[in-house]
Design a protein around this ligand. Structure first.
Ligand code: SAM
Length: 286
């Protein structure tokens, strides 16, 4: 919703987040969703899809670093990585910082989000589309995951919320497809909303993970853009040891990876799995 001077996010009943808008930079009704990019004095460039904030230039680093470096460094030997969604390509940029990753496939339903991001988000997705390890597939993630014969060590679901085209990416059928295409001991990470406001989303995903994977869990990060406190990132693997990596091992791997971060540290990684009681309750309910 916009009055020209503000954009209001109405994702949650009873709460409305209002961003002042300095300038509308781009607006398009794509084949799949309503896309708008505007500038805000605090968040920089803000991308909304169907009225829901997706990414901002000011704090994308928190979300993208925690979605990528946590599973890749916990795994320790990830060569093949799959991103589902992630149209702005900020997550891809972080994954490709790992020289150990040989191949990154990104399956995004909406090619116009990628085209648009190439033009407007060069500040954080520089070089991704020209990296020979990167392969972009424009397709629905549920269809790709049902049909592909490829296998991946790490799968990251950078989806919209469970409404519109993103809804299928929270289904049990989709999680079963991902389980099938993970290599033994591989890991799935998902964006799972803000538990203070979207508790049921986390409960439902954990319930579904638990029916399929040996280990179903969540970790958290505080991302100002995703209003309401901690954001939960879902975690599912058949290797329960992966999320219990000791800090000294993570430190060694992070040092070897040899790049800098703005949010991720091995201590933050380990601590992110320590859940506040109300979030742990949601996970245990699931
Ligand atoms: N970080 C954001 C958040 O937490 O709100 C989400 C990032 S945004 C890049 C999510 C992307 O998922 C969008 O580009 C959207 O087009 C894509 N997407 C939605 N449904 C999809 C589907 N079924 N298959 C593949 N991509 C999908």
């Amino acid at each position: 919703m916009s009055d020209g001077l503000h954009f209001n996010e109405t994702l949650y009943p009873g709460v409305q987040v209002s961003y002042t808008c300095d300038e509308i930079l781009y607006q398009e009704k794509t084949e799949h969703q309503d896309l708008v990019l505007f500038s805000n004095p605090v968040f920089g460039k803000v991308l909304m899809l169907d009225g829901v904030t997706q990414v901002t230039t000011a704090d994308e680093f928190i979300y993208h670093e925690m979605m990528s470096h946590v599973p890749i460094l916990a795994h320790g030997a990830a060569r093949d990585v799959l991103i589902v969604g992630g149209g702005d390509c900020g997550l891809a940029e972080e994954v490709l910082k790992h020289a150990s990753v040989d191949k990154l496939v990104q399956v995004e339903i909406d090619g116009s989000v990628v085209d648009f991001s190439r033009e407007h988000f060069g500040d954080f997705n520089q070089g991704v589309l020209d990296d020979p390890r990167f392969e972009l597939v424009i397709a629905d993630g549920i269809k790709f995951s049902a049909e592909t014969e490829r296998r991946f060590d790490v799968v990251i679901v950078d989806s919209t919320d469970p409404h519109g085209p993103g809804a299928v990416l929270f289904s049990e059928a989709f999680y079963r497809n991902i389980h099938r295409l993970l290599t033994p001991g591989g890991v799935l990470v998902t964006q799972n909303g803000v538990p203070f406001l979207q508790k049921q989303e986390l409960v439902t995903s954990i319930e579904r993970f638990s029916r399929i994977f040996k280990d179903a869990a969540a970790y958290v990060a505080a991302i100002p853009t995703y209003f309401g406190g901690h954001m939960a990132l879902g975690w599912a693997s058949d290797n329960p040891d992966l999320r219990r990596q000791v800090v000294s091992v993570l430190e060694e791997r992070f040092r070897a990876a040899d790049f800098t971060t703005q949010y991720y540290t091995p201590d933050v990684h380990a601590a992110a799995f320590a859940l506040p009681r109300f979030i742990l309750d949601a996970v245990e309910e699931g």
